[in-house]
Design a protein around this ligand. Structure first.
Ligand SMILES: *[C@@H]1O[C@H](CO)[C@@H](O)[C@H](O)[C@H]1NC(C)=O
Ligand SMILES: *[C@@H]1O[C@H](CO)[C@@H](O)[C@H](O)[C@H]1NC(C)=O
Ligand SMILES: *[C@@H]1O[C@H](CO)[C@@H](O)[C@H](O)[C@H]1NC(C)=O
Ligand SMILES: *[C@@H]1O[C@H](CO)[C@@H](O)[C@H](O)[C@H]1NC(C)=O
Ligand SMILES: *[C@@H]1O[C@H](CO)[C@@H](O)[C@H](O)[C@H]1NC(C)=O
Ligand SMILES: *[C@@H]1O[C@H](CO)[C@@H](O)[C@H](O)[C@H]1NC(C)=O
Length: 430
């Protein structure tokens, strides 16, 4: 790993223009912290290092949306139709599914329009599977489906982006008299959005490597040396095991050649540490995860999903643009059929597939939401410089997009909404 650019990090409590209630501030600060920190580590993984930096603190914001109606809604039977092969279709009548300013739970890291992005066509694309249509997202129907239930997203900041998207998709379609609440627990690792009228919760649990690691603390995890307790997951899993729907991911935090593995507990002088090739550790961790699921999950109740790796667009030469550039200034998607960037590791995807296949032989089904290919095309849909980190980027930073563009996360509304439309299709498939 090269240690190159240093991105100074500034802590500032910004004011919040859209009047988030005070009670949300600490939660929002933590959420943003997650996003930012994971971004930092991801930057490291991609050969850039952020050094300075102190535990972050900050604000986040929300947005919202309205829905329109439209014509493209056949029913889908995901068993008959491959939802992941298809094409993007321009549809500015139905999309975006919500407006960022109307969702009060929007994250500032993802609110590209709010932070000055002028070309907004990235919001207008519908995913069209080859042999069927995705069902129209109906928030009321989904809330009915989630009545008296928990939908929990477990993973890293990409997974959290999908959670924010889901919250916004639902929130923006609720009438203003609906009672909702947001709170966190488990030392802020678990964030819970509840719609009281439905007794439904949409939650996010922070566990970027799924198993225990030294990156688990939502605030204090300055981790140069990343260490995983590859056999330990119970500390996290107890918070989500009994949920009705669980959507996992874990990918970007693993992107380094070697992982430091700990047998033993953190702080125990008898712990045994060893550096092991990442792919092996990834597999060990996913085995720990699948063993836990096999033993603890109630098959009659819980439905499981795993979201495949989210592609990055940090190296423009991969799609034939100038070396040294990245996703910044991109306004159109990649049209080359089957484009696959170097940031997406098929070997890691294969590990997930094997572990999930093996779990199936043990009677437990995990649906892989294979969003990698469809997201690969969307080089124009990342926040780049149109986002807030702790405070809006400075002029100097904005003038240096090669160092400061975020080409990892996704603008909202945008690509993660489509991941949720696919999840929606599965939630209604019986
Ligand atoms: C949708 O896009 C078309 C073609 O670019 C444009 O003419 C039209 O005004 C747009 N409609 C909306 C609602 O933005
Ligand atoms: C959305 O779902 C609700 C509840 O199932 C249903 O009553 C309503 O007609 C649906 N709306 C649309 C536009 O399909
Ligand atoms: C509310 O939902 C939770 C699951 O989140 C469930 O355990 C509880 O029984 C529900 N309450 C009622 C009154 O149905
Ligand atoms: C929260 O963190 C503290 C200090 O690390 C620990 O003692 C406590 O058990 C944690 N609580 C939960 C609910 O995880
Ligand atoms: C699940 O359902 C089956 C069949 O209805 C039943 O035999 C079994 O006891 C149930 N298992 C649990 C854990 O509830
Ligand atoms: C996901 O899709 C890609 C591209 O279509 C394919 O190569 C890969 O095998 C799929 N992975 C899984 C786990 O289904």
């Amino acid at each position: 790993m090269k240690l190159a650019k240093v991105q100074p990090i500034v802590l500032v409590g910004g004011s919040n223009t859209w009047g988030i209630r005070n009670t949300f501030h600490s939660l929002l600060a933590i959420l943003t912290t997650f996003l930012v920190i994971s971004f930092i580590y991801i930057k490291q993984d991609n050969g850039t290092q952020l050094s300075s930096s102190s535990p972050p603190q900050e604000h986040e914001e929300m947005i919202d949306a309205s829905q329109d109606d439209d014509t493209h809604h056949n029913n889908v039977s995901s068993s008959k139709c491959d939802l992941f092969n298809g094409k993007w279709v321009f549809d500015n009548k139905s999309y975006p599914l919500y407006k960022d300013k109307e969702c009060k739970f929007m994250s500032d890291q993802l609110a590209c329009e709010k932070f000055g992005r002028k070309d907004l066509s990235y919001q207008n694309w519908r995913w069209k599977p080859n042999h069927c249509d995705l069902p129209r997202f109906n928030a009321t129907a989904l809330l009915e489906r989630l009545r008296n239930k928990r939908l929990v997203f477990v993973g890293d900041s990409l997974n959290r982006g999908q959670w924010v998207s889901m919250v916004c998709l639902l929130h923006t379609s609720l009438s203003s008299s609906t009672h909702t609440s947001m709170h966190n627990t488990a030392n802020a690792s678990l964030n819970i959005w509840k719609v009281k009228e439905y007794n439904a919760t949409i939650e996010h649990y922070w566990a970027p490597l799924l198993v225990e690691s030294n990156s688990d603390d939502p605030v204090h995890h300055r981790v140069i040396e990343r260490t995983v307790r590859v056999n330990a997951i119970e500390k996290h899993a107890r918070y989500w095991t009994h949920a009705d729907f669980i959507v996992f991911n874990t990918y970007l935090w693993w992107r380094r050649p070697l992982m430091n593995v700990l047998w033993g507990t953190f702080g125990d002088p008898n712990g045994v540490y060893k550096k092991v090739e990442m792919l092996r550790v990834y597999e060990m961790a996913l085995r720990t995860w699948s063993d836990w699921l096999e033993v603890h999950v109630n098959r009659n109740k819980t439905q499981l999903f795993f979201v495949s790796m989210s592609p990055t667009h940090e190296r423009a030469e991969e799609w034939g643009a100038d070396k040294g550039d990245n996703c910044y200034k991109e306004t159109e998607m990649i049209t080359e059929e089957g484009y696959w960037g170097k940031g997406s590791d098929p070997k890691m995807m294969k590990v997930v597939e094997n572990v999930v296949e093996d779990l199936k032989t043990r009677g437990l089904n995990v649906e892989i939401l294979n969003i990698t290919q469809l997201s690969e095309y969307r080089k124009e849909a990342h926040p780049s410089i149109y986002r807030k980190q702790w405070e809006p980027l400075t002029q100097k930073q904005i003038q240096d997009p090669n160092s400061y563009a975020d080409c990892i996360h996704w603008c909202l509304p945008g690509v993660p909404d489509v991941w949720n439309e696919i999840l929606y299709a599965y939630l209604f498939q019986q």
